[in-house]
Every structure is written in structure tokens, then in C-alpha cells.
Design a protein around this ligand. Structure first.
Ligand code: HEM
Length: 533
């Protein structure tokens, strides 16, 4: 036993020495003191108390770009610089892939779908999926968003009346927002009525519940070290990782099993022709899979994987974004009233033209409401960091010069092939050089001034939906859903912040809102609601 441990430690030492002698290109770049030779900054980053803690501290000391260290002495570049992000995510196309770790983790919960596909496979999958997210197609989802938003209002009204018929009270808004997002994706993506808001038990929803918190939040140290070795493992070994018998890996396995089983039933229904003319995302994919052209086809596993992917991509992202949005409006009642006034004025115009309800054009024309949505997406990005890996030796251009260890100011960093780039969405969205001196605080009016900013990201110069060829395919879907749900909720309820409640973000792969100091109580956003109509 002792000798096998000695063997493991020796192998580790040899590996770390080999790493140090490998070509490192970031030697002259400054960065924070390394707290552990074995873990580098990895463990402290995964255990930070709040998203943004470390970023803020490091950014103040070194600016938007600096060097950090991964496990076993691996050097990494950390950046929030707009020009660097533009280069990595936009200009370079597939030359900065996600890398082995991100891809393999993606496969654990989304199979062989678009989120984990690389290069030509990704290009093909994206081409096939794009039509399902076109502007025209999104109009078909409008009634789905409206129905679920109205149902959510009813459920909250019921919840409020149970305890207090007059006035309001504080409720945790997170669970019902999650159920609403689930009902929406069930219907829009698969034409499946989950009935989550009505309390229906759903196997898929159960398998999915708290998946990220259970599997990514505060991983055990062995898992951090283990994951750091993945990039050196051959594909045959990587393919076995999903069978590991520990809690983290079992949860993913059971989620994928349930998603694939349900997916098979859905695809059979849709392929039988019984649902011709259906506008849900899967029906569109099934139709395009009838094509003879291999370029417009998905394999069965890829098709099933899109089901697991869409459920994950469109659920917590929407629920958490709405929770942050309502939290900010509860903290800023004057802005809440301003958007309520804008909504009421728009409704009056809609009624005057004898229309039924808000069209996408009506929603887009609500300038201040949209500024509020953008400001909340800016301050609370669901994915606070995105990781990429240089696929070739490169020079990374910077907009904000950095001071190197040797005292030079530079706007170009040599990058060796294989170097990992950690893109901080959270910090980019708060850069004073992009957003102005008040970048750290809430100010939706910044989106009203039409000032020229950088041109990063798929929406509003934000990195929240990422950027370039792998930017969020569902951003228009998400925006329309946010607009519709926010409109319904702000017309129906007044939101206030209960005394002494502060919400902070925790990084569990995605940013989860929790009450500061109450991590054990899990995701929650308690707000005081009273009914207005
Ligand atoms: C506020 C809501 C949302 C946010 C903030 C968001 C954010 C993101 C981000 C940051 C990525 C890039 C991930 C990476 O590079 O690793 C992404 C990708 C993706 N998102 Fe979203 N998303 C949202 C909603 C949605 C919705 C509603 C859908 C589908 C209906 C969706 C589908 C996808 C898919 C399929 C990808 C993978 C795209 C690709 O790799 O080509 N997302 N999203």
C-alpha cells in the first residue's frame, strides 16, 4: 500500500517537473501569488464565497488581463479585455476550441449535442439547429411564453392568499420561476406539457433538479486534481469517465439516461407524422433529418443529446436571470415603477388598436424595460466565466495595456498552443473602460445613451450570451421570454426587498443566486410580493 502511494507521489512530481520545463509563454505576465503548487489557484477559485470576489481583487492589482495557475503548475491566461475576447470568440473562429476539460464535462450532461460538439461537427449541428431559432419561428413561441407567465402569476397569487388575504408577504421566487422555465422549454422545445407549475411530477424534471449544484458546487479536491489530468488522457479512457461510481458522475448519468429515454419517445411521435406542422424545436429538427443531404442530418445520439442540451440550456439560465432581474427591481422601486408605467402605456396603445396582446415589436419598443433587462444581464451573467484553449501559437491583442514583470507596457501577449484562456464574463461586463465610471453599480440608463461601445458579444455588447460562432443560439428566445414574463409580472405584482436580505452569486458552473451567508439553504431569492391586479 505504502509503495503504491510512493509511486503515485513520484509520478506526480515527475509530471510537475515536466510541466515546468514545457514551453510556457506567459512567464513575463504578472499574476496573483500562487497559494498551492498542486492546486494552483484552482481550488480557491472553486471555493470562493461569491462570484466576483477573486476577480475584483485580482483585476484591481493587475488590470483586465493576468496569469493564473492551474493544477500541477499549468499556466493559464485570465482575461476580460474586450479586444482579447473579440479575438478569441469572434475573429479566430474554431481556432480557440473549448478544450478537453470543458468538452468532456459538457458531454457528461449533454451527450454529443451542440454544446460539446467541436469543429466541423459543431458547424453542422449549428447549421441544422439555426432555423429553429429564427425570428419568424420565435413568434410561434409567444403564446407559450404568455400562457406560462400568466400561470405563474396565478400560482403566486394563490400562494400569497393562503397566508394573507390582504397585502403581501415574502416568498422565495426561485422555485416557481424554475417551474415556469421548465414548462416553457417543455412546450417550446418538445411540445410536451410538463405541468411543472401545476405541481405535476415529471421524471425528466426530477432527474434534472439541482443537477449543477449537486455536481459542480464545491467539488472534492480529488475531483479538481482528477479533472486537471483529463487533457492528457486518450479518448478511449475519457469515454469511460461517465461510468465513475461517485455522486457527481452518477447524477449526470441518470439525467442523460432519462433524457434519452424520453427523447426516443418524442422522436418516434414526431417521426410518425402524427404531429405534422408542429412548430416546436424538436419537430423542426426531425423534419430536417428527413433530408437526403448528410450536411443537414443529425445522428440518433446527436438528436437525443439536443434534448438533454436544450432542457439544461433553457431552464436555470432563464429562471436565475429572472430571479436576478426581479431582485434588482425590488431593490430599485423607482425603476420598477418606470417600467410598470411603460408597460401600462404600451397596453393602452395595444387596446386602442384593438389588438389582443403585446407583439414582439411592442416588446422591443419598450425602451426602458429593455434597458433594465440589459442592465440585469450585464451585472448577473449566468455563466460568469467561459473557458477556451489556444489551438495554435498566437499573439493575443489587448485593448487595455498591461505591465509585464520586466516592466514593459504591452498590448500583445504571445500564446503557446494549448494555453488555457479563462474569459471572465463577470469582469468584462463591469469594466470601467467599457461601461464607464459607474460600471459596478445598477444604472439601466446607461443603455439609453446610444454611445458607441465595444462590439463584443451577440447582444448589447454583453458577454452574457457569449460571442461568435459558439455564442448562445437561444439568445433571441431568451430575450423574448424575459420580456413577456417581466411584462406580466410587473403588471401584476409589486416587488420589494425584505429587510436584511442580500443575494449573492455562487459559481456551480452556472451562477446560482443564494441569500448571503445561507449557502446551506440552497438557491433562493426571497422577495416581498403584493398583488396589483
Ligand atoms: C438568459 C438566458 C441565457 C443565457 C444567459 C445563456 C447563455 C449562454 C452562453 C454563455 C452560452 C455559451 C456557452 C459556452 O460557450 O460554453 C450559451 C450557449 C448555448 N445556449 Fe444559451 N443562454 C440562455 C438561454 C438559452 C435558451 C433559452 C436556449 C434554448 C432555447 C439556449 C440554448 C443554448 C445552446 C444550444 C447553446 C450552445 C450553442 C453552441 O455551442 O453553438 N440558451 N448560452
Amino acid at each position: 500500500m505504502v509503495s503504491s502511494w510512493t509511486g503515485v507521489v513520484l509520478a506526480l512530481l515527475v509530471f510537475m517537473v515536466w510541466r515546468r520545463t514545457r514551453r510556457q509563454s506567459l512567464n513575463d505576465i504578472r499574476g496573483p501569488v500562487v497559494p498551492s503548487r498542486l492546486f494552483g489557484h484552482e481550488k480557491m477559485a472553486r471555493y470562493s464565497e461569491e462570484v466576483g470576489d477573486l476577480e475584483l481583487q485580482w483585476g484591481r492589482a493587475f488590470g483586465p488581463t493576468f496569469r493564473t495557475q492551474g493544477c500541477y503548475g499549468e499556466e493559464k491566461l485570465w482575461t476580460a479585455d474586450p479586444k482579447a475576447l473579440q479575438h478569441v470568440f469572434h475573429t479566430s473562429g474554431y481556432r480557440y476550441p473549448k478544450g478537453t476539460l470543458v468538452t468532456e464535462v459538457g458531454k457528461l450532461f449533454s451527450g454529443e449535442g451542440i454544446l460539446s460538439a467541436a469543429g466541423d461537427d459543431h458547424r453542422r449541428q449549428r447549421k441544422i439547429m439555426n432555423p429553429a431559432f429564427s425570428t419568424g419561428q420565435l413568434r410561434a413561441f409567444l403564446p407559450v411564453f404568455r400562457r406560462s407567465a400568466a400561470r405563474l402569476s396565478e400560482k403566486w397569487k394563490e400562494e400569497l392568499q393562503i397566508t394573507l388575504p390582504f397585502g403581501g408577504r415574502a416568498i422565495n421566487i426561485s422555485p416557481m420561476l424554475g417551474r415556469m422555465a421548465l414548462d416553457v422549454v417543455g412546450e417550446a422545445a418538445f411540445d410536451d406539457q410538463f405541468g411543472a407549475l401545476d405541481g405535476n411530477e415529471n421524471e425528466l424534471a426530477r432527474a434534472f433538479d439541482s443537477l449543477f449544484a449537486d455536481s459542480f458546487l464545491h467539488p472534492p479536491p480529488w475531483d479538481i486534481l482528477f479533472k486537471a489530468t483529463w487533457r492528457y488522457l486518450p479518448p478511449s479512457v475519457l469515454g469511460l469517465i461517465k461510468y465513475l461510481p461517485t455522486k457527481e458522475y452518477k447524477r449526470f448519468r441518470s439525467y442523460l439516461r432519462v433524457a434519452f429515454r424520453r427523447g426516443k419517445e418524442l422522436i418516434e411521435q414526431k417521426s410518425s407524422g402524427a404531429e405534422k406542422g408542429s412548430k416546436d424545436i424538436m419537430s423542426i429538427l426531425v423534419q430536417s433529418n428527413l433530408s437526403e443531404d448528410a450536411e443537414t442530418r443529425l445522428s440518433e445520439v446527436e438528436m437525443l443529446s439536443q434534448i438533454a442540451t436544450l432542457l439544461i440550456a433553457a431552464h436555470d439560465s432563464i429562471a436565475n436571470t429572472l430571479a436576478w432581474l426581479l431582485y434588482e427591481l425590488a431593490r430599485h422601486p423607482e425603476d420598477q415603477q418606470k417600467i410598470r408605467d411603460e408597460i401600462i402605456a404600451t397596453r393602452a396603445r395595444i387596446e386602442a388598436r384593438h389588438s389582443d396582446d403585446f407583439t414582439p415589436a411592442d416588446l422591443d419598443a419598450m425602451i426602458f424595460t429593455n434597458a433594465v433587462i440589459k442592465e440585469s444581464l450585464r451585472l448577473h451573467p449566468v455563466a460568469p466565466v467561459l473557458v477556451r484553449e489556444a489551438g495554435y501559437d498566437d499573439i493575443l491583442p489587448l485593448a487595455v495595456p498591461i505591465q509585464t514583470k520586466s516592466g514593459k507596457a504591452t498590448t500583445e501577449i504571445p500564446i503557446a498552443s494549448g494555453t488555457q484562456i479563462t474569459a471572465s464574463v463577470w469582469t468584462y461586463n463591469r469594466l470601467e473602460s467599457v461601461w464607464g465610471g459607474d460600471a459596478a453599480v445598477w444604472n439601466p440608463a446607461r443603455f439609453l445613451d446610444h454611445k458607441e461601445r465595444t462590439n463584443v458579444g451577440v447582444f448589447a455588447n454583453l458577454m452574457t450570451f457569449s460571442a461568435g460562432i459558439r455564442g448562445c443560439i437561444g439568445w433571441r428566445f431568451a430575450l423574448l421570454e424575459l420580456q413577456v414574463v417581466l411584462t406580466e409580472l410587473i403588471e401584476t405584482f409589486d416587488f420589494r426587498i425584505p429587510k436584511d436580505v442580500e443575494i449573492v452569486g455562487l459559481n456551480a458552473g452556472i451562477m446560482m443566486p443564494i441569500v448571503k451567508g445561507k449557502l446551506k439553504e440552497g438557491v433562493q431569492v426571497p422577495l416581498h410580493l403584493s398583488v396589483l391586479r
